[in-house]
Structures are given as structure tokens and as C-alpha cells.
Design a protein around this ligand. Sequence first.
Ligand code: UD1
Length: 344
Amino acid sequence: MAKKILVTGGTGYIGSHTVVELQQAGYEAIIVDDLSNSNADVIEGIVKITGIRPIFEKLDCVDFSALKDLFEKYSGIDGIIHFAASKAVGESVQKPLMYYRNNLVSLINLLELMPEFNVKGIVFSSSCTVYGEPNNNPIDENAPIKPAESPYGNTKQINEEVIQDFIHSGASIKSIILRYFNPIGSHPSAEIGELPIGVPQNLVPYITQTGIGIREQLSVFGNDYNTPDGSCIRDFINVVDLAKAHVVAIERMLTDKSDEKVEIFNLGTGKGVSVLELINVFEKVSGKPLNYKIVGRREGDIEQIWANPDKANNVLGWTAKETIEDTVASAWKWQQRLRNRGVM
Ligand code: UD1
């Protein structure tokens, strides 16, 4: 019988790509999402790709009794992948209590219900933001955690600790914490992708929206950093590659491939690409020049960070495979698909 995986935030950007990979690997995905930052139409995109309709329940994980009812309704959930969270850095500074409530209470509710319903493990979406500005790159999992720059970043740090403390207390669950670098791109079918609500805060949706004419001009936040071309450097990881790592992580937990009760992995390519280099890649794959201008630095930005993904490569047996060109091309294809569908 297919193992049942609860995917919180499963209609979101990384969540939807992960549901596709789970289904294609033979798992049954149960999506819960409150649709606060995504749309139920995403389910149709998933069905088009896999031919399988995942179970979907509109539910806010902050609501303990609704979550408990869900575990009762769908008995036998084997594992959880927990994506559901608020994720806008700037908004978290404006609305810290909302961020702490949404992101902390959701995880606590899930953890509390796991032993009662015999759920074996939880994969948690964390972020390279926990490293702050690295002393050295590439950065590995043993690098020090730096004080968070925003309430959003703080929720990731605290949630990592909540998981560790709960397991340390003797709770009969396992966890794999995945620290994502910068996920970009879309499924190659362009049936699902990133759909930011309002003005995009992240680089790639801003680039593709500028390319297609929704935004007039991209602002590049700073060219006076201590990097070869002066712009910031990130480790841009293809979202499908990232999704596949979740399937490997779930498999590892559910089949007890490791005795460790908590494991942490960086998910990145191991290569740093600058903002200006990424713009070049976009111009190359789209065949059109991008209208951009250099403006001042954005507050709170890290100068440069890229992953040492050796642990994920060697221990998980997962490696990021897609090229940056194919990845940016997939984001562009998705943007064009949205236009053809009249979405934006
Ligand atoms: C941020 C968060 C990270 C979070 C991620 C969510 C910080 C330090 N990090 O990553 O924790 O998980 O968002 O997706 O806040 N840029 C421009 N112009 C733009 C937009 C971005 O030049 O219009 C530049 C930024 O200055 C940065 C790079 O592009 O150097 C990447 O920015 P972005 O996509 O927002 O991701 P991060 O800030 O790296």
C-alpha cells in the first residue's frame, strides 16, 4: 500500500513541486493548505502532470482541533513534509506576531499530534538564512547559526530548535531539517510554478515579470559589494531538484536508513551565481535584453552565500542536477504560460 504523506503548504511553490515528485515516486500525498498565499487551481496543474488527484483539505495548521480531525479522518499518515509558513522577510518585520503565530504554532501542533497518531517523521523546510552572513563560503551544516535578521528568519531558527528539543525529550519521532538556498524555476511542463501574489520580493519572479512587461524595470540592489561584479551572490537551486530531495528525505526517515533522530542537510548546488550573472542567463535563454537599473543596497541582504552540499550529496545520495540555464528557462516558460492563460 502506498505510504501516506501529509504535505502542509502543498499548494505553494515548493510544496506543489514536491507533491508531484512524491506521487511519481509512488507515495500518496495529502495536501493541507489555508490558501493564504496560493490557489487551489494548483491542484489541476498537479493532476495534469501526474494524472493523480491528491487529497486536498483547506486547513490552517494553527487550528489544532482541525488538524486533529484531519489525522482522524485520514488515518495511517506515515510522514509529514511541513512547508506551510509565512515567508516574506519584509512583511515579517511589519507583522512579527503573525509570523511567530503562524510559523511556530503550526509546527508545535503537528509535533504534538505526531506521536498520538503514530506519524513516524517530519521533514522541515528551513533556510540558509539561519547562517546569516557566512564567515566562509561554501558553507556547511556545522557553520555557526547567526542571530536572525528578521522575525521570519527567527521562526526558522526557533523551529529547528523546537524539533531538536522535542526529540531530545524522548518523543518517538524522527526529523530531517532541510536548509534551502535560493529555490528558483518551475516544473519543465510549466503546469505549476511560482505564483507570487502582488509585487514579487524575490529576484527571479521579478526578472520574468519584467521580461514579459508586467513590471517596467528590475532594480538590482547594489553593485558595490565585495564580490567580483559587485552584486550579491546566491546559490540558486532548481525547484524540481529541491522537491526530489524531499522524497529522498522521506524515504530515509520512513525506512530507518539512519539511526540519527534528527539530521540537517543543506540543499544547494554548491555554486555561487551573482545577481548580474543571473540577469545575463535570463537574457541568454529568453533572447531579449532585460530592463534593469542598479539602485542602493536592500536592507538586511547578505553579501554572498552558497552551499557546501557534500553532506546531502554523500549521505542523502541527492545532487542538484539541472543547469542554471535550464532552470531560468523553466521560470521564463512558466511566466509565458501564465500570460497565455490570462493569469498575468
Ligand atoms: C530571501 C531570504 C531567505 C528566504 C527567501 C525566500 C534574506 C536574507 N533571505 O532570500 O531567507 O528563504 O528570501 O524566498 O532575506 N534582488 C534584486 N532585486 C530584486 C529582488 C532581489 O537585486 O528585485 C537581489 C537581492 O538583493 C539578493 C538576490 O537578488 O541579492 C536574491 O534575493 P531574493 O530572491 O529576495 O532572495 P534572498 O534575499 O537571497
